[in-house]
Design a binder for this molecule. Structure first.
Ligand code: GLU
Length: 473
C-alpha cells in the first residue's frame, strides 16, 4: 500500500480499556507500528473509553504497560475519547442541521419488540426509519437518540480493502445507525470517524471483526465531505479447533505471556509471522521486520495459533541473552528474586547455572525454576529411572566416587579425567556413571554436562548430595 495521496502515513491503534491487551490486539498494534515505521510515518494510540461502564483506568494502564513492554508507544500524546464528548455532539449537530442525521424518539422497548418479531420471522432486523420524517423539533421534550440517515443507491455497498481486496456488504444490513445515545454519549462508529479525521489518519489497519463497521464509517466520511482513510482488515487468530482463539484455548492476554516467561521480542516475532510472511523467514530482527513489512504480505484467511512454535521462537531469543540480562528480566518482568532464592551462591554461580540451562528451556519461568532446583539438593529422587540404569552397584559406585573426589580440584577437565579413569578401572561406561552422578546431584537423569554441574556446585555440596542419596537408598 502506497502512502495515501502521498500524504505522510499516520496510523493508530485504538484499544478500548475493557480488558487486558489480547494477543490479537497486540498483533494489530504491531502491524500498525511496523507500517508506520516502514513508511517513516506516525503511530498513535487512542483510548476508546466511551463505554463508561466497562472501561477502567486499571485496564488502561495494563494495556499501555503491555504495549510499552513490547516497545510500542505513541508518537504523539494519547487521545482519550471520553474527554471529547462535546466535540462529537457538535459534529452530530452539524449532520442534523444538514438533514443527514435525525433525532429518533422511538422507545427502546418498542424497538426491542420489533427486533424480536423480525427474529422470529428469521429476517434481518433494520430500524424502520419511523422518525426520519419528523424533522428537528427542538420543542419535543422526550429523550432521543441521533441516527444517521443511511442512503445507499445500490444493492451492495462495495469498498476496497488493502488486505481482503474488494469487499461487498448487502445494503440491507446497514440501517440508520445511532450516532449519539439518549444519554448524550457517542457510539463507536461515530467517535471513530471523527477522531480518525481529526488526527489525519491515512490508513486504518484493524481486526476483521470491524469489517461490517467500515461501510457505516465510509458513509459518515462522505456525509461530512472528508476523505476516508484506506482500510485493511486483519484476519482473526484461530485456536487449534479452527474457531476464533478464545480463553478455552489457553492464555490470550499479553500479561499472561509475560508472567509465563515469554520475551517481548519473541512474542512480537511470533505474532508478526502469524498471518504475515516474508518468504519462509521465521526469525526477524526489529529492523528486518520494519524493512520487510507490508500489508500485501498479510494472509487473507485466519492463522492458527501454535503454542509450540511460540515456545520455539522464545527459546531462540532466550539463547541469545547473556545470563546477566536474564537475571535482570527475572526481577523486572517475573518479579522473582534470584539472589534471595539462591542466597548462598555468588553471582558467578548464578550466571553459570543459567548458562548451563538457557539452551534447554522454552520459557524464562522454566529457566528460573530450573536454576532454583539446581541450587537446592534434590527434594526427591525418581528411583524408577535409576533402576533402569545401574541399580545394583549404585551405592558402591557412589561411595567409591566420593573417595575419588576428596582433595580433587573441582575443575571440569580434572573431574572428567578422574571419572574416565574410574570407568576404565571398574569397567563401566562413562555415560552410565555420568547419569548416576546426575541423578545423585540433581534428582534427574537429564540435564547439562554433569562436570559443569559439579564445578558449579563445588566439592562440598557434591559430597553432601552424594551422601544424601546414598542414605536414602
Ligand atoms: N476500539 C476498537 C477496538 O477495540 C477500535 C477498532 C478500530 O481500530 O477502529 O477494537
Amino acid at each position: 500500500m502506497k502512502p495515501q495521496n502521498n500524504k505522510p502515513v499516520r496510523v493508530r491503534f485504538a484499544p478500548s480499556p475493557t480488558g487486558h491487551l489480547h494477543i490479537g490486539s497486540l498483533r494489530t498494534a504491531l502491524f500498525n507500528w511496523l507500517f508506520a515505521r516502514h513508511h517513516h510515518g506516525i503511530f498513535l494510540i487512542r483510548i476508546e473509553d466511551t463505554d463508561v461502564v466497562r472501561s477502567t483506568k486499571e485496564y488502561e494502564h495494563s494495556l499501555l504497560e503491555s504495549l510499552a513492554w513490547t516497545g510500542i508507544v505513541s508518537d504523539e500524546p494519547l487521545m482519550y475519547q471520553a474527554s471529547r464528548m462535546e466535540l462529537y455532539r457538535q459534529y452530530a449537530q452539524q449532520l442534523i442541521a444538514q438533514g443527514k442525521a435525525y433525532k429518533c424518539y422511538c422507545k427502546q422497548t418498542e424497538l426491542q419488540e420489533k427486533r424480536e418479531e423480525t427474529q422470529q420471522r428469521q429476517d434481518t432486523y433494520q430500524y424502520d426509519k419511523a422518525c426520519r420524517a419528523l424533522g428537528d423539533d427542538s420543542s419535543n421534550p422526550n429523550p432521543y437518540v441521533v441516527r444517521f440517515k443511511v442512503v445507499i443507491d445500490s444493492e451492495n455497498f462495495i469498498f476496497h480493502d488493502e488486505i481482503k481486496g474488494e469487499v461487498s456488504i448487502p445494503a440491507q444490513q446497514i440501517d440508520d445507525f445511532v450516532l449519539l445515545r439518549s444519554d448524550g454519549t457517542v457510539t463507536y462508529n461515530f467517535a471513530n470517524v471523527i477522531d480518525d479525521h481529526e488526527t489525519a489518519i491515512t490508513h486504518v489497519i484493524r481486526g476483521e471483526e470491524h469489517l461490517f463497521n467500515t461501510p457505516k464509517q465510509i458513509l459518515l466520511y462522505q456525509a461530512f465531505g472528508f476523505q476516508a482513510p484506506s482500510y485493511g482488515h486483519i484476519p482473526l487468530i484461530l485456536g487449534p479447533s479452527g474457531q476464533k482463539l478464545s480463553k478455552r484455548d489457553g492464555a490470550t492476554s499479553v500479561v499472561e505471556y509475560k508472567n509465563e516467561g515469554y520475551l517481548p521480542q519473541a512474542l512480537c516475532n511470533y505474532l508478526v509471522r502469524l498471518g504475515w510472511s516474508y518468504g519462509d523467514q521465521e526469525i526477524f530482527t526489529q529492523q528486518e521486520m520494519i524493512q520487510h513489512f507490508s500489508l500485501q504480505g498479510i494472509n487473507r484467511s485466519g492463522a492458527k495459533f501454535d503454542i509450540e512454535k511460540l515456545k520455539w521462537v522464545n527459546s531462540f531469543y532466550i539463547k541469545a541473552l547473556t545470563p546477566q540480562e536474564i537475571i535482570e528480566i527475572f526481577s523486572k518482568d517475573l518479579k522473582r528474586n534470584l539472589a534471595q532464592d539462591t542466597s548462598a551462591w555468588t553471582q558467578d554461580q548464578r550466571q553459570t547455572c543459567i548458562s548451563l540451562y538457557q539452551d534447554r528451556v522454552s520459557t524464562l519461568t522454566e529457566l528460573y525454576d530450573q536454576v532454583v532446583k539446581s541450587y537446592n539438593p534434590p527434594a526427591s529422587y525418581d528411583w524408577e529411572n535409576l533402576r533402569q540404569l545401574i541399580e545394583k552397584d549404585a551405592v558402591i559406585i557412589l561411595q567409591l566416587l566420593q573417595q575419588e573426589f576428596v582433595n580433587l580440584e573441582f575443575e571440569k577437565h580434572q573431574l572428567s579425567e578422574k571419572v574416565k579413569a574410574f570407568c576404565k578401572l571398574h569397567n563401566y561406561k562413562m555415560s552410565e556413571i555420568a547419569q548416576l552422578l546426575r541423578f545423585a546431584l540433581t534428582g534427574s537423569i537429564s540435564g547439562p554436562s554433569i562436570f559443569d554441574m559439579m564445578v558449579l556446585l563445588g566439592c562440598k555440596e557434591v559430597q553432601k548430595r552424594m551422601s544424601g542419596v546414598i542414605a536414602e537408598f
